[in-house]
Design a protein around this ligand. Structure first.
Ligand code: ZN
Length: 366
């Protein structure tokens, strides 16, 4: 195992509109370049890992002994050459070069690359293009045949001496090391790349959806002779839930969970129970403005999980109907709603069938 890994993290991020160089921006809970570093480390394939940066001070954490940080050059091709010259003294057999802006490669591809180097001098992962590409020569446009075009990714793997000898002779700024082999008519072995291993170039590339969760709870007393509503559905039962409205604990809990996830206080603020106009209001009517709030703020509901806590009626009898009703009211697919029935071993008010309680957790994204 005489493999070395160079991570190029010294790009100027010209297309990345941020005060921080993109290599240090936090992506999935850690600086972008650390994704590549951590995978290289856990693959255990490399004797040394060299990170090429603009400014060594930008990496302010303690790194394992076999990780070395060096200062790069102005362009990517300069930094790559600086890295190669630096590791020459270790007499590497194989070298993998990788752009820190691609954090989503797999350890499996590292293994495939190293394995393929046994029979090849240059191994490069490629993927097919999803878009059709045009290119311009002077003022004329040409179509690239999509079936015969592909995109090269990093990490790219090489026999060190072959790459080194080509690199020191390079006459122009290359965008990847494969270019050196191709321009010299040398064989490059292409292996299947990974669609997920795309390059983070623009700020939009890392602006993932923000997800929030909310929790809701409600309890109402059961009284004889009142209609029972659960999840917007009328349930045949000898008692119903007492309340300022129709006492639908499921919908009330959902409203609170949704408001909580949007960080918009609670159901009591939205529908004060000293207001006459809300007296005997049906709960689906209360849910409506909350759904409108979700839509207006460009949220969407990921899922809703419900615990209905009561001895009677048995949830299993009405589960599908209640979910169907909620799916309509929330305007989401029924597969996103889960309803569980929970008894309390005949304990307390709920156990004596004098009350029904409900708790809901929901997740929304923007
Ligand atoms: Zn309530």
């Amino acid at each position: 195992m005489n493999n070395y890994f160079i991570i190029l993290a010294s790009g100027q991020s010209k297309r990345f509109n941020s005060y921080k160089s993109k290599q240090y921006i936090i992506y999935k809970n850690k600086p972008l370049f650390e994704h590549s570093l951590d995978k290289a480390l856990s693959s255990k394939l490399f004797k040394k890992i060299i990170i090429v940066v603009n400014d060594k001070r930008q990496i302010n954490k303690k790194l394992p002994k076999n990780v070395i940080v060096i200062k790069g050059g102005k362009e990517r091709s300069d930094s790559s050459l600086i890295g190669l010259k630096y590791i020459k003294k270790f007499k590497p057999t194989n070298i993998l070069i990788h752009d820190a802006a691609r954090p989503n490669f797999s350890i499996k591809i590292l293994k495939n690359l190293v394995k393929s180097l046994k029979k090849n001098k240059a191994v490069v992962p490629i993927i097919n293009t999803k878009d059709s590409i045009k290119y311009r020569v002077k003022n004329q446009l040409f179509n690239l045949n999509r079936d015969q075009s592909f995109l090269t990714q990093t990490p790219q793997a090489f026999r060190f001496n072959d790459l080194y000898n080509l690199s020191i002779k390079q006459k122009y700024k290359i965008q990847d090391e494969a270019t050196l082999f191709i321009d010299s008519n040398l064989k490059v072995k292409f292996i299947k790349g990974e669609n997920s291993n795309s390059k983070i170039t623009y700020k939009e590339d890392i602006e993932t959806n923000k997800t929030f969760v909310g929790i809701g709870f409600d309890i109402h007393r059961l009284i004889k002779g009142k209609k029972l509503y659960l999840g917007g559905l009328k349930i045949p039962f000898h008692s119903g839930l007492k309340g300022h409205s129709d006492g639908d604990v499921i919908i009330h809990s959902i409203i609170d969970a949704l408001l909580g996830s949007m960080r918009k206080k609670d159901i009591g603020t939205l529908f004060p129970d000293n207001k006459k106009k809300f007296k005997n209001i049906r709960s689906p009517k209360m849910l409506k403005p909350v759904i409108e709030m979700i839509n207006k703020n460009e949220f969407y509901i990921n899922n809703v999980d419900i615990n209905l806590i009561c001895e009677q009626p048995k949830v299993s009898k009405f589960r599908d109907k209640i979910i169907k009703s909620l799916s309509k009211l929330l305007n989401i697919d029924s597969s996103l709603i889960n309803l569980k029935g929970k008894t309390v071993e005949k304990l307390g008010l709920i156990g004596k069938e004098k009350a029904i309680a409900c708790e809901v957790i929901c997740s929304i994204s923007q």
